[in-house]
Design a protein around this ligand. Structure first.
Ligand code: SF4
Length: 100
């Protein structure tokens, strides 16, 4: 059977306690996590920074966290890579995934 060849790659994600930078992550998945959620929570400082960087899909909340919508792909995702990698939000820095 050819079905195993058609199997989509599956990833398991975890949210690390502390941000971890480095290009060893995010090299091969093409930004799967950057389009697998409806939105990500961001702080007020991150809201302002992303706004300066041209974000159009920000949600300002009076109560609760502000958000960047990433459903159907984050607007900063370009050819499978984060266009604002050095300035990406904390939650993006703490998210890590591996193929299962
Ligand atoms: S800001 Fe960058 S790392 Fe975060 S979801 Fe968007 S493309 Fe991905």
């Amino acid at each position: 059977m050819l079905f195993p060849l058609l199997r989509k790659k599956r990833y398991r994600g975890i949210l690390l306690d502390a941000p971890r930078d480095g290009d060893e992550r995010c090299q091969e998945c093409g930004g799967a996590c950057c389009s697998s959620f409806a939105d990500i929570e961001i702080s007020w400082d991150e809201y302002e920074l992303l706004q300066k960087l041209g974000a159009k899909r920000l949600q300002l909340a009076l109560y609760g966290p502000h958000k960047l919508e990433i459903d159907y792909g984050c607007e900063f995702l370009e050819e499978g890579r984060c266009r604002i990698y050095e300035a990406r939000p904390d939650i993006c820095r703490r998210f890590s995934c591996s193929e299962v």
